[in-house]
Ligand binder design. Structure first.
Ligand code: SAM
Ligand code: SF4
Length: 328
């Protein structure tokens, strides 16, 4: 089998196509649902260098990954981001089809057009509220640079999707204003249920605003039509007959059976599931001098052994790695 038609299956028959790469665990925001107030960052020397990261990414593409999403922490904090994006483009000749980014966009305005020109195909921007006070309470930072960043991406002609985590008692009153703001600007929108991946003991089931609650809030002012589910983790809907909206309902309607994603942390640990307790240290293997076939053997074995997912073991995961280090 050559690289262009390679496949990366797990023992449950799911073929992996998407890889999320966390470029750094560091972030300039302090979203309450993502990290503790005083996070401990990893020592810089432990983060994969650009060449190490590109070597790993290439091995995944050779095994059948067709979409890479750059995330973090905040990917825009990575000093060599432009070089990484430029060199990832070379993987398009080896079977990679899309390079995307998930970002808080607070530092996007000055670099948006360069990133689009460098070949980032689409962007997901986190925006949990359109009301500035609510946004500041949830993220610890101001909303103005984020709105500027979103506008710069739109001006540069990039496809932009807004991601909003909905947490009870914090921003459920923003479900409708966010929708209307996105509709006015032609930005597609996905709501995300609050998942138990933040600081230990912080997540409470009663603070999850579920897919049904979100639909009820929207249904009070708009028509909402359910669409057939595709490979995307979001349940798709059409609002008022024309506006695409999605809900990622990991907690109330897990989509594990169709999961086609893998994740590597900024230190090169492979997590085959967002909720895995442990990862496979591909970065350490690479730094120990292992050759490509040895690393490929490790990664294929880890993917094959992927657990069924959140649907089979719901609830908080006990592990030191929090959401900001995993990359969402
Ligand atoms: N800093 C970037 C950002 O915020 O878009 C990228 C990293 S962030 C960890 C990736 C995604 O994870 C964001 O959309 C964020 O809202 C989401 N996220 C973080 N913690 C979450 C949680 N506990 N439950 C659900 N989504 C979460
Ligand atoms: Fe940072 Fe993104 Fe986590 Fe917010 S969700 S703290 S922006 S990594």
């Amino acid at each position: 089998m050559n690289a262009m038609n390679a496949q990366l299956p797990d023992q449950h028959g799911r073929i992996k196509r998407k890889l999320r790469i966390s470029l750094t665990d560091r972030c300039n925001f302090r979203c309450t649902y993502c990290m503790p107030e005083h996070p401990a960052w990893l020592p810089r020397a432990q983060l994969l260098s650009g060449p190490e990261l590109l070597r790993l990414a290439g091995l995944f593409v050779d095994q059948g990954i067709t979409q890479i999403r750059l995330t973090g922490g905040e990917p825009l904090l990575r000093p060599d981001l432009m070089a990484v994006v430029d060199q990832l483009q070379d993987l398009k000749s080896r079977g990679l089809k899309r390079i995307s980014m998930t970002t808080n966009a607070s530092r996007m305005a000055p670099v948006a057009s360069r990133l689009v020109q460098a070949g980032i195909d689409d962007f997901n921007v986190s925006l949990d509220a359109i009301d500035g006070d609510t946004f500041a309470r949830m993220t610890g930072r101001g909303i103005a640079p984020v709105l500027k960043g979103i506008a710069a991406l739109q001006d540069a002609g990039a496809p932009v999707k807004i991601n909003a985590v909905v947490v009870r008692g914090q921003n459920e009153h923003q479900v409708l204003p966010l929708l209307q703001w996105c509709m006015q600007r032609g930005l597609s929108l996905r709501y995300i249920e609050y998942m138990p991946l933040d600081a230990p003991g912080h997540w409470q089931r009663q603070n999850v605003v579920g897919e049904d609650d979100i639909l009820a809030a929207i249904g009070a002012a708009h028509t909402v039509e359910k669409l057939p589910r595709g490979p995307d983790p979001a349940s798709p809907y059409l609002v008022d007959g024309h506006f695409p909206m999605g809900i990622i309902s990991t907690v109330t309607h897990p989509f594990c059976a169709s999961c086609d994603r893998l994740r590597i942390t900024a230190t090169g640990e492979l997590y085959t599931c967002l909720f895995s307790r442990t990862g496979t240290p591909l970065g350490a293997s690479l730094r120990a001098g292992d050759d490509d076939p040895a690393i490929v053997h490790l990664l294929r074995r880890a993917v094959w052994n992927k657990e069924p997912g959140y649907a089979s073991t719901p609830g908080p995961v006990e592990r030191p790695l929090l959401m900001h280090a995993m990359g969402g």
